[in-house]
Design a protein. Structure first.
Length: 158
């Protein structure tokens, strides 16, 4: 596979993309439908404990969903070009398909985690609520857990 080659999408990839698009659309719809009911001052930043440490204007609510769309598009672009990935293992003619499949699964999974993290933050900010204490540890597990899983798979199946 060269830099322009494309791995076919699996049902998992299609389902994740559909979930991401639906979640991002839900945030935009929620903000549009409920705009008049959202407080004028919303949480602009949270500390590590999930406490609100900066308040901002409700127009700042658009930043997170727009950023999630940009991140989704950037990760989707990266996912389509396996030849540019830094695999961490030697890619040979024999293992190329296997290595790229594992890495694409990891990238798609990380895209889901990123989008859902931003969706969660968007809703909590719109509701002017502090984040639950479990959010940061759970998010770290959701980020690093799949990464570790797929990297272990990668090294075992190289």
């Amino acid at each position: 596979m060269n830099k322009k080659s494309k791995l076919p999408s699996t049902r998992y990839h299609k389902a994740v993309n559909l979930l991401c698009i639906a979640a991002m659309a839900a945030v935009f719809l929620y903000l549009i439908i409920n705009w008049n009911h959202i407080p004028d001052q919303i949480p602009g930043h949270y500390n590590g404990a999930g406490e609100i440490d900066r308040w901002g204007n409700k127009s700042e609510l658009w930043f997170t969903p727009i950023l999630s769309v940009l991140m989704y598009l950037g990760i989707s672009l990266c996912e389509r070009t396996p030849g540019i990935w830094n695999t961490g293992v030697e890619v040979t003619r024999e293992n190329k398909e296997r290595i790229y499949r594992i890495l694409k699964n990891m990238i798609v999974t990380m895209k889901l985690v990123v989008v859902f993290t931003f969706v969660f933050l968007s809703f909590y900010s719109a509701l002017a609520k502090p984040l639950p204490a479990w959010f940061l540890p759970a998010d770290m597990i959701l980020v690093f857990g799949p990464m570790a899983f797929f990297l272990i798979q990668l090294y075992r199946k190289r």
